[in-house]
Write a protein that binds this ligand. Structure first.
Ligand SMILES: *[C@@H]1O[C@H](CO)[C@@H](O)[C@H](O)[C@H]1NC(C)=O
Ligand SMILES: *[C@@H]1O[C@H](CO)[C@@H](O)[C@H](O)[C@H]1NC(C)=O
Ligand SMILES: *[C@@H]1O[C@H](CO)[C@@H](O)[C@H](O)[C@H]1NC(C)=O
Length: 278
């Protein structure tokens, strides 16, 4: 009797231990598996160096977004969201890497809120890289889809900005839905900021009263490509450029189109977890 009791106790202890070790953070999601919104406190995908975390980010009971954020900022700073215009329910929602190769976000009622364009591809797993890029890879490690191609309001170092990407601000503080301020390559190859509101839209930067060259740009280079490098330098094919005031390696940075219409470069202070405008 005592033996039976201690065996049961042992089994209970072992399963208790495993339930702790298996529900912890992971670096990838395998094809055929999923994360559910209820696990939001302990079921995350993290980058190998732990800089970034990916999972459900919630506000209140019924608004959750599948997102990527900086692990070490004091206030959670989201850098990417899957369909920020449709938060999902805090119960029953699920992100899955389906057998057909797509990554899909479903709301509690089963409706599809977001999915990747990777149907019937050779997707094997979803991985969060140290750059903050969520990627879908095939078994050989080739990237078939990446969140870097679909920015929301933030550009991260090494994230290539092209003619098919733009940054759109959030609506207001605490509301992640798409707002009115856009940062994009215009049709004439020049990087611009545009207010695109319900009633009017207008270009407001660089100075719309000056021509391209007076603004220090060029419209001759049609490659329309820009990047913020790891040193904190921003370089664009239209010759727009700037440097972080704390230029150098090893600083976590982000370039964000803010809801007030300002494009700001931020650097993370590691000791305080707060963002400085750099
Ligand atoms: C998915 O979309 C991206 C960005 O638009 C594109 O580069 C990629 O080729 C697409 N993938 C597939 C499998 O269609
Ligand atoms: C256009 O811009 C790209 C990216 O900055 C650069 O690599 C390329 O040399 C430029 N082309 C010309 C003709 O200046
Ligand atoms: C980080 O913040 C602390 C406390 O405010 C400050 O002393 C330090 O200089 C900051 N570091 C950087 C790199 O700005």
């Amino acid at each position: 009797m005592g033996n039976l009791f201690s065996s049961i106790l042992l089994i209970l202890l072992i399963s208790f231990f495993f339930s702790f070790t298996t529900s912890k953070t992971q670096n990838f999601l395998q094809r055929g598996s999923s994360l559910s919104v209820e696990d939001d406190s302990d079921d995350y995908i993290t980058s190998p160096d732990k800089s970034f975390t990916c999972g459900f980010y919630g506000m209140g009971e019924n608004a959750y977004w599948f997102s990527i954020w900086f692990t070490n900022s004091k206030e959670r700073t989201v850098v990417w969201m899957a369909n920020r215009n449709r938060p999902v329910n805090g119960r029953g929602s699920r992100i899955s890497l389906q057998r057909d190769g797509t990554m899909m976000l479903r709301d509690a009622d089963g409706s599809t809120v977001w999915e990747t364009n990777t149907t019937s591809t050779d997707v094997d797993r979803a991985e969060l890289l140290d750059t903050g890029n969520l990627v879908l890879k095939d078994p050989r490690g080739k990237i078939l889809w990446q969140s870097f191609d679909f920015p929301t309001d933030t550009l991260l170092p090494n994230q290539i900005f092209t003619t098919s990407t733009k940054l759109i601000s959030i609506l207001r503080r605490g509301d992640f839905s798409s707002g009115y301020f856009n940062f994009l390559f215009d049709n004439d190859n020049v990087l611009r900021m545009m207010y695109d509101g319900p009633e009017i839209s207008s270009l407001y930067w660089p100075n719309p009263d000056w021509d391209v060259f007076q603004n220090g740009r060029t419209n001759y280079n049609s490659s329309r490509i820009a990047v913020l490098d790891e040193m904190g330098r921003f370089l664009s094919s239209d010759q727009m450029s700037f440097k972080a005031s704390d230029m150098g390696f090893g600083v976590k940075r982000r370039l964000t189109m803010d809801y007030d219409g300002n494009l700001r470069l931020y650097s993370l202070n590691h000791s305080t977890g707060l963002w400085n405008i750099s």
